[in-house]
Write a protein that binds this ligand. Structure first.
Ligand SMILES: NC(=O)c1ccc[n+]([C@@H]2O[C@H](COP(=O)([O-])OP(=O)(O)OC[C@H]3O[C@@H](n4cnc5c(N)ncnc54)[C@H](OP(=O)(O)O)[C@@H]3O)[C@@H](O)[C@H]2O)c1
Length: 348
């Protein structure tokens, strides 16, 4: 379907922002690209125009599955396609920086998977270019957009648990060891931190911010391929609050997060993997458990935020702002500095 662009005289008009369908390009055809695209094709206001893969046959297979008309065997061809408004980047972490710069240079809005880049220096370059070119850019931290997380934020805004003293969150799963797997491979910036630790860190950032951290204490076990496989992190804030976080690739732990305040606590059940149940435990009162289902496979909420931003001429999301993405990358740089963990690309 052809793109309709608002005439300038209409309220909220912004050159190039579509009002009919928002036209997406999908860059890479791996696991998360599949799940994200499954959500995208079910949204009437989205049109998936093209997909790009390193190989024609994977691009074709992905395109056939979702009925995508254009399929490219090079990421650059997608970036240059004039019929695309926004590119969703779902490559390994080491490629995000180059992929984002390429798409932004070509004038595309960008939604890029977490972790945003390898390090803060790369993140800064991408954010700067997006701002210079007045293009939308967002880290695809899908957790932020779930209805259950919105309710947690509402409880916190209403000071239901008093002053927050502790955030405790873990993301530990078991991925069988395979030196060639993306998450164990230093060349693709694998490791627990960028793949999993980003979630409890992002949750902490959403709740406590990352500005007034007095002390960062952490330890990482480094596995046989040279990436971190089990990380323990403690953040101590000037306010007297702390965060105790962990992430790991070798053993499963139930994914629960606790936000503990002076007047009670909140439990987020199944955090980091489609949270839909939360419990408020105010001191001296009955706990209140809410089930707030997500739609479809959960990616729709993040996609709606992107669409809302594009249609309202916002170049970044208030729920996942770029300065916060940068602060998160800086914290992850500081953690890796404590562990002496440097990715191969950072040596050059
Ligand atoms: N938001 C979420 O729920 C979520 C979940 C999982 C992962 N992620 C994030 O999404 C990104 C991709 O993760 P994934 O699990 O989808 O990974 P994946 O299944 O390994 O897919 C990555 C894709 O990137 C492309 N690629 C380009 N160079 C590559 C290389 N050297 N090695 C491997 N793949 C390469 C490949 O697509 P082509 O062959 O088509 O070029 C590959 O299919 C990561 O940033 C990850 O942290 C997000």
């Amino acid at each position: 379907m052809a793109l309709t662009v608002l005439p300038d005289i209409l309220e909220g008009a912004h050159k190039g922002i579509p009002v009919d369908k928002i036209r997406w390009g999908i860059l890479a055809t791996g696991n998360v690209a599949y799940n994200f695209t499954k959500a995208l094709v079910a949204i009437p206001e989205a049109e998936v125009v093209a997909v790009a893969s390193r190989r024609q046959e994977t691009a074709d297979a992905f395109a056939d599955e979702f009925g995508i008309p254009k399929r490219y065997a090079a990421y650059e061809a997608l970036a240059l396609d004039p019929d695309i408004d926004i590119v969703y980047i779902a490559t390994p972490h080491n490629l995000h920086h180059d992929n984002m710069l390429m798409c932004l240079q070509a004038g595309k809005h960008v939604l890029c998977e977490k972790s945003f880049t390898l390090n803060a220096r790369q993140a800064e370059a991408c954010i700067q270019l997006a701002r210079e070119k007045r293009l939308f850019l967002m880290e695809a931290m899908w957790m932020r957009f779930f209805p259950a997380i919105a309710q947690v934020n509402a409880w916190l805004d209403d000071e239901k648990i008093g002053d927050i003293k502790l955030v405790q969150a873990d993301f530990c799963i078991k991925i069988p060891f395979d030196a060639k797997h993306r998450v164990y491979n230093p060349a693709t910036a694998g490791g627990a931190l960028l793949d999993l630790g980003i979630y409890p860190i992002s949750l902490t950032s959403m709740i406590l911010g990352l500005e007034n951290i007095q002390s960062v204490q952490s330890f990482a076990h480094i596995g046989p391929t040279g990436v971190d496989v089990l990380d323990s992190i403690i953040l101590a804030y000037d306010s007297g609050a702390s965060a105790m976080l962990s992430c790991g690739l070798q053993a499963y732990k139930p994914r629960e997060a606790f936000i503990i305040g002076t007047a009670g606590y909140i439990k987020i059940h199944n955090i980091f993997f489609r949270p839909d149940t939360i419990t408020l435990h105010p001191h001296g009162e009955e706990p209140q458990t809410l089930h707030l289902p997500f739609e479809g496979n959960g990616y729709v909420h993040e996609i709606r935020e992107v669409h809302d931003c594009l249609r309202s001429d916002q170049l970044e999301s208030q729920l996942m702002p770029l300065d916060e993405t940068l602060a998160i990358m800086r914290l992850m740089d500081a953690l890796r500095a404590q562990w002496g963990l440097v990715y191969p690309e950072e040596h050059t």
